[in-house]
Design a protein around this ligand. Structure first.
Ligand SMILES: Nc1ncnc2c1ncn2[C@@H]1O[C@H](COP(=O)(O)OP(=O)(O)OP(=O)(O)O)[C@@H](O)[C@H]1O
Length: 292
């Protein structure tokens, strides 16, 4: 049996009266590259932070590498890298001072990778010595990524890692993820609003809605099996659909069903009945259907 790298059992979190995470269960297996999607404010950042024990939960349990997330040993912590949504760099230090500091904390610090990324991302001699507080948002995000990738983590958690990056740096970063991590089997969980970025790197996609993982699956499999079916209510209304995400009926008696996993039976019905229209869904369609 594959032992999950992260196991989340029924965690809840609320800041005000509205729950953000609501008895959420989730499992992340070694080598998975999961894109986490959800509407703005759905709780993606909260979930990623709770998952690593960086934010307290109101209930439930999280384990990372088999240890309680809130109390990770230094050995387990050294296997994890996290790029937060907001800047958590030591702004009073220079990039070089900060990277030197982190180097002392990690046994597997990859100086060649650090140098390569700094050079590629325009950190010249002067910029490397300036206080981080004087860097732009993009430069800080790049530095945050360099710090995360530098110690060859086994688990990489990225919260909107590319939000401030321009296209060339995004391409560089995605290439770095592929060549340096995905091909080596690193487990990666990242949240993003950019579906095309997700489609380029993720093998799995998970949708967060109303405090729970509403749907998760292999990206290719989901796109292969998700369908929107439209047809007369007399043909569809009594049809039980597996993986049903939404069902609606208009005033003309036309029923529309969206499913994440169209069965052979449904496909056969659509084939038999010319009045039924069946369409594949894009990731954007699926995002709307699952999270609306
Ligand atoms: N420290 C906090 N105090 C109060 N409310 C908070 C706090 N952190 C998050 N929230 C609220 O919790 C909800 C979820 O926020 P979170 O940042 O986790 O969502 P998100 O899906 O990452 O959003 P976005 O896509 O906009 O980054 C939001 O309503 C947010 O306002």
């Amino acid at each position: 049996m594959t032992v999950p790298i992260i196991q989340i059992a029924s965690i809840s979190k609320q800041f005000t009266s509205k729950p953000v995470l609501d008895q959420l269960d989730w499992e992340i297996l070694p080598g998975q590259v999961i894109g986490l999607l959800g509407r703005k404010g759905a709780g993606k950042s909260t979930l990623l932070a709770c998952m690593l024990g960086l934010q307290e939960t109101d209930g439930g349990a999280v384990s990372v590498f088999g240890e309680p997330a809130a109390n990770l040993s230094p050995q387990a912590r050294a296997k994890v890298a996290y790029v937060p949504h907001t800047c958590d760099l030591f702004e009073w230090l220079s990039p070089l001072q900060m990277l030197d500091y982190f180097k002392t904390l990690y046994p597997h610090w990859n100086s060649a990778k650090v140098e390569g990324l700094l050079a590629r991302w325009g950190f010249d001699k002067i910029m490397r010595k300036r206080p981080i507080s004087q860097l732009s948002a993009v430069e800080k995000q790049r530095l945050s990524i360099v710090r995360a990738l530098a110690h060859d983590p086994q688990l990489l958690v990225l919260d909107e890692p590319m939000s401030a990056l321009e296209p060339a740096a995004r391409r560089d970063f995605l290439r770095e993820l592929f060549d340096g991590f995905i091909e080596r089997g690193t487990t990666i969980v990242f949240s993003t609003h950019v579906l095309s970025d997700l489609e380029r790197v993720a093998s799995e996609v998970a949708f967060l809605k109303t405090g729970k993982i509403a749907l998760q699956g292999g990206l290719d499999e989901l796109l292969q099996s998700a369908r929107r079916v439209t047809g007369p209510g007399r043909l569809l209304d009594r049809f039980a659909v597996s993986g049903e995400l939404r069902r609606s009926k208009d005033l003309d008696g036309i029923t529309q069903i969206v499913t994440s996993a169209a069965s052979g039976e449904l496909l056969a019905l659509a084939e038999r009945e010319p009045a039924i229209r069946i369409e594949h869904l894009t990731l954007a369609d699926l995002f709307v259907e699952v999270t609306q």
